[in-house]
Design a protein around this ligand. Structure first.
Ligand code: FES
Length: 105
């Protein structure tokens, strides 16, 4: 079972067990993790599920699509090199570490 470690902008860490095939966004919303809004429900049209992904986790997750890359220019907090949209991060059977930005809107 994959575990997602969410760190918020204040440094609070929440460790949440997820399911293989679910997204990091779905795991957050289902468990009431603050810091991810996910207005569009995962249809890649809102950019309110922005997270900063710990770089060594990327190899276990789907690569960024051109559409996700485009959407990341619309985030409330400026994108960084490790920015991803968490609705696109489908869990494999590995731990994932993400930090949520200070705001999504
Ligand atoms: Fe809207 Fe991810 S939930 S882009």
């Amino acid at each position: 079972m994959p575990t997602v470690h969410f760190t918020d902008a204040d440094g609070t860490v929440r460790d949440i067990d997820g399911n293989v095939g679910d997204s990091v966004m779905e795991t957050a919303v289902r468990n009431g993790v603050p810091g991810i809004v996910a207005e569009c429900g995962g249809s890649l049209s809102c950019a309110t599920c922005h997270v900063f992904l710990r770089e060594d986790c990327a190899e276990h997750l789907p690569p960024m699509s051109d559409m996700e890359d485009e959407m990341l220019y619309g985030t409330a907090v400026d994108r960084q090199d490790n920015s991803r949209l968490s609705c696109q991060l489908k869990l494999a059977d590995d731990e994932v570490f993400v930090t949520t930005p200070g705001t999504q809107v």
